[in-house]
Design a binder for this molecule. Sequence first.
Ligand code: GLA
Length: 643
Amino acid sequence: MQQKQGPRRLPRLALVPLCLMAALAQAAPATDPLAPVARWSAYTAGRAATPPMGWSSWNAFGTDIDEVKILGSAQRIVDSGLAAKGYRYINIDDGWATRRELKDGHMVIRADRFPSSAAGGRSTFRPFTDKVHAMGLKAGIYSDLGRNTCSQAYSGDSSDLPKGSVREREIGLYGHIDEDIKLFFADWGFDFIKVDGCGLRAYGANSPKVKSGEYRALTPVLDLESVSRSDIPAVQAEFARINAALQRNNPDGDYLLSLCVWGAANVRAWGKNVGNLSRTSDDITPSWARLLSNFDSAAKRELYGHPGGWNDPDMLYIGKGDFDAAHMVEAKSHFSLWAMLNAPLMLGADLRSTPEALMDIVGNADIIALNQDPAGNQATLAYDADDLQILVKQLASGQKAVAIFNRGLGAIDVDLNAAHLKLRSDAPISLTDLWSKADTTFTNETRIRVAARETRVFRVQGTRLLAQGVYLSEQPGSVNPAVDGVTSPQADPTVFRSSAAWSGTKGAGERPMYAGWGGARADSTPYGQILQVAGNRYPAGIGILANSRLEVRNKDYRRITAQVGVDDSARDRMHGVSFMIYGDGKLLAKSKPMHWGQPAQALSADVAGVKVVELVARSTALHNELLPVTWGGAALLSGSQAD
Ligand code: GLA
């Protein structure tokens, strides 16, 4: 990203003495995290039944923003027909504030850049949001968890940054949550807020800008470079305050809360309970390598995104660098992949000058429809290799979508088969290419050539393997790993480590940094192995660690079934695991204690009329990380398959 300079370094966090930690742990109420809660606990407040679509100023302009630029892009969204296709949010990112008034905390907007804000009395974005709303669009604003923002920390050029005394330049939410949220939503009429985390990350006492007296120190509680060094409860507490303020100031619930802590603080596990979007990685740049990193940071979190709360691998960069009009293959891949991941589709180009060919890419209604599908199932990986991936997305209509992603080393002839799609191999399967619109039909297997960096995307019609049911791994949007068993978060070693544009090749290189290894997975163990119990493989199922609880939303299905056991990949060969199925809080089925090497036990329960099914795997093991368990073939059934 263009504003950051030099490698980022955090001062060491103050270590909490072990005796104090033990005392805190004892003081906590003794609740059983695996006890059924009889409800869907992921975030459903706000307005994110499908991933938000729109435009943000950051990738196009950085802090060099003004209302002409922003409204110009908004106008193109309307004029080009993109608004009618769902692009709605016009988001102002970092760079809008000039100071906070000390007498009452009121925020002052850069009047030279937003002249309408100074038209009468106090600084206000109301004329701006009125214009955006009059265009039929919605408006978004940016703030920070700390006292200061990311550009204040990382920009080498202060011309666009806030002016005044140290206190006047404290434009973040820290200590001002209630008044700022009221100002943004109730007074100024915004509909969306992105809350960045730099203020809780980059202003330690040793940071150069604090040492020089430019900013006040705030002990960092977020550490992107070290998975285990964030103060997670402290970060969560800030978001809890923001949520409470959002509830107070949005009586109609029309808001979106976008968390921007870049996958740090193990946010994967809890961000889905706290906001509508949660960034999974550091910033995207217009480079193919960076796209790979950002894609990877979200692609294996398929069970952590649901209607109401989505994984956010960052905004689109279509229009610049590797995704400009001279790179149509890459631009189409970027759009296709973000659509399959249920990522927010936030355009990041100056639309006033974006070529028609790129506008057509982001206006592809068939691809948009995959992203906006009401079932909200993020695509799952049906085939995974370092050079080639096949992603499959179950749609609400019963059809599927498949994306074949060549990560770029050279053209590949891909054999796509019925098993990848969980369709029957003895019935015709038809594919509609969502870029060329060509239709083809095959049975069992077909060969598809995919060029380097190309993503072929098809809508798929075939006969489902489970004619009267659904594998849980086909509907990740309805499965919430409420407790995923991860007790010591580890960085995911499979995320591509692109060199970061802002630090160049200074330092010793990129390390795995995004907590995610060991999380719940569809059709995979938490560590990327094929699900297998006592030598039996399960092409469909949920892999999760012991001491976990999954919530499954049920509408009309009558029965749930699974083959349960300790996965063969477990390194703990000692501890037993009991598997339980609950329906709206009531115990419906329970396995005997299962040990490594024992054949899976069939578990089944009648769930007719049940709204939330909970799947609990309980063990006395101390180290869940050594004990992956498998809900093999886990499926919800209706009709005769349920009997
Ligand atoms: C962070 C965020 C970016 C952008 C900038 C603004 O780096 O990750 O998306 O908001 O801050 O300074």
